[in-house]
Design a protein around this ligand. Sequence first.
Ligand code: SAM
Length: 294
Amino acid sequence: MAHEAAGRLYVVATPIGNLGDLSPRARAVLSDCALVAAEDTRHTGVLLKAFGIQTPQLSLHDHNEKQRASDIIQRLRQGDSVALVSDAGTPAISDPGFELVRAVAAAGFEIIAIPGPCAAIAALSIGALPTDRFCFDGFLPARGAARRKRLQSLATEARTLVLYEAPHRVRETLEDCAAVFGDERSAAVSREITKMHEMTYRGSLRELLARAGADADFGRGEIVLLIAGAPQQIASVARGADGHGGALDRVLKILLTELPLKQAARLAAQITEARDNEAYKRALHLKQEFASHS
Ligand code: SAM
């Protein structure tokens, strides 16, 4: 039950580049509430100033979110409404906010969404990859080995994968994606959505890597990466794995029809979590079996 006469927490999405995307409702809430809790008060100060909004701000970032939550709950109890914003887009989506929202919900206050821009959803809406089911994985680990391990854990994911990526890492990440998912997997890279240099590149991972090598602008600005889900055959074979032997052979039989032996063995090992040398040996065996039957 929400407290009577208590304030509300408004979770307010702000533009990801184009100020025209601040909704009239967001503007009204930012003007009318008692306090704006902002990831970076200087950054949000620019936005508030652009709209002539003079609401006082309080900083709320990853390192003080838990402490700030109790201060904000105190304000709500006194009847003040508070707006939560991040630097850009929707708070709590790869941004601070989750801890506050959880604490405010647990304390029984009302939480209202003021929806608007979100880079992940904007990229999905224009990526030309399936949108009926998708899986958002935020930022991959920055270090190579950890990043590849995360990608391997996603190798059989059938839903479209949505990732945020830093511009200076996008090429390396595409290379890792090609190594783990196979370079024929469809993907899209959207950069600078809603800004002057907005651009979306679409194609296979191989084509996108070629583009990254040829186009100096490819890795500039803010980037969302979309990767098509695993082909249904791979995803379902991996799901129905009846031990390495059965699953490994079934995955290899599919991959060997499309890929060279080494690549098929490497991918099959990642998909079924078999050892590389075991997958390679089975691949050789199956290839010889195919040859003797044809
Ligand atoms: N909360 C934000 C949202 O709702 O989109 C995301 C915050 S996260 C810290 C910032 C990342 O979002 C960037 O590194 C980039 O991957 C992505 N991003 C933000 N704005 C973008 C834009 N205009 N174009 C493309 N990607 C963007």
